[in-house]
Design a protein around this ligand. Structure first.
Ligand code: NAD
Ligand code: UDP
Length: 336
């Protein structure tokens, strides 16, 4: 079965390609390489023995997509391609709406023309805004506090409307909590460009000596140690969640929504201490003011995904930080 993976050389997409290959699927990767490197394909080949078919191009380019669908008989699409930096989205909202919203609409239009009716979309727990309580269930109210989050919400709503008008389509919206970790081989991992926005890549770069110390954004939240609590999920578990969705939802028309998280919350300081153990070195940090837009606590109720996808995260926190450290220490400068 051929699966088109948009954004397939990116962090989550590349790990999903490995799981797809290992489960006997044939991924066809498209990416414009705006936030990833072609070398990722070498690494996927090193791990699996298979080099995915790759076509470089942009999801906003309908002529390019027509070529992709004409060349390959695609059964389903897993759509990761998008921009994800919250801060940049505040400064350049149109760039985010163009890439994430218009890009998805172009992709879906071309799928429609090609007769491909199964789509899995990368959404985010950010669509829950500041939830009234935790753990978060799929039917909680949604809202957005920045253009990145709004782009995810807009896409969710566009896709829901589109599916209502095209009842034979299967559209699955996967709301990721906090993806971390790396492939156990140490060959693939997260390689942020510039200063990392996310916690674990920053911690890993401090550990490897690329940055002096971590800033902890606030220690006065209403949480056990005062620092923010999140649901960190191993990227390979997350990738497996896509395979479960592909397997279970492809022949079930409708719009399906699942949280992909572990159901466990960990604080910033717990993450720092776990990383110190994995890397066997101290991680210097200082407490800084809260980051604008951050919330105290965010973690999933993952039971709906377990019941309907037969999937649950299995890798624990220690594995997440050990795998991150293996990747970072073996590739101090990422994919160079
Ligand atoms: P990533 O930046 O590593 O991967 C995204 C890939 O898409 C990159 O390789 C990039 O080059 C490509 N891309 C971007 N715009 C494109 C376009 N117009 N045409 C073709 N390719 C394009 O990010 P990731 O962490 O792997 O995230 C994948 C998806 O998951 C994104 O949609 C992101 O918003 C979503 N998501 C990520 C997180 C997270 O913390 N990593 C959390 C929730 C949701
Ligand atoms: N965080 C931090 N320092 C950093 C980056 C993040 O203290 O350099 C905190 C942040 O305030 C939040 C948690 O780590 O409580 C996770 O942040 P991240 O940006 O990784 O994910 P998100 O905010 O999307 O949940």
């Amino acid at each position: 079965m051929k699966v088109l993976v948009t954004g397939g050389t990116g962090y989550i997409g590349s790990h999903t390609c490995i799981q797809l290959i290992e489960q006997g699927y044939t991924p066809v990767v498209i990416d414009n390489l705006c936030n990833s490197k072609e070398m990722v394909l070498d690494r996927i080949e090193q791990v699996t023995g298979v080099r995915p078919t790759f076509m470089q191009g942009d999801i906003r380019d309908s002529a390019f997509l027509k070529r992709v669908f004409a060349k390959h008989s695609i059964d389903s699409v897993i759509h990761f391609a998008g921009l994800k930096a919250v801060g940049e989205s505040v400064e350049k909202p149109l760039k985010y709406y163009d890439n994430n919203v218009s890009g998805t609409l172009t992709l879906v239009s071309e799928m429609d023309l090609a007769g491909v009716k199964s789509l899995i979309f990368s959404s985010s727990a950010t669509v829950y805004g500041d939830p009234a309580s935790v753990p978060i269930k799929e039917d909680f109210p949604t809202s957005a506090t920045n253009p990145y989050g709004r782009s995810k919400l807009m896409v969710e709503e566009c896709l829901r409307d589109f599916q209502q008008a095209n009842l034979d389509w299967s559209i699955t919206l996967l709301r990721y909590f906090n993806p971390v970790g790396a492939h156990e081989s140490g060959l693939l991992g997260e390689d942020p460009q510039g200063t990392p926005n996310n916690l674990l890549p920053f911690v890993a770069q401090v550990a490897v000596g690329r940055r002096e110390k971590l800033g902890v954004f606030g220690n006065d939240y209403n949480t056990p140690d005062g620092t923010g609590v999140r649901d960190y999920i191993h990227v390979v578990d997350l990738a497996d969640g896509h395979l479960a969705a592909l397997d279970k939802m492809k022949h079930q028309p409708g719009t399906h929504i699942f949280n992909l998280g572990t159901g466990q919350g960990n604080s910033v300081l717990e993450m720092v201490h776990a990383f110190e153990t994995a890397a066997n070195r101290p991680i210097p940090y200082e407490i800084k003011p809260r980051r604008a837009g951050d919330i105290a606590e965010c973690y999933a109720d993952p039971t709906y995904a377990e019941a309907h996808l037969g999937w649950k995260a299995t890798r624990d926190l220690q594995t997440m930080v050990e795998d991150t450290w293996r990747w970072q220490s073996q590739n101090p400068n990422g994919y160079q």
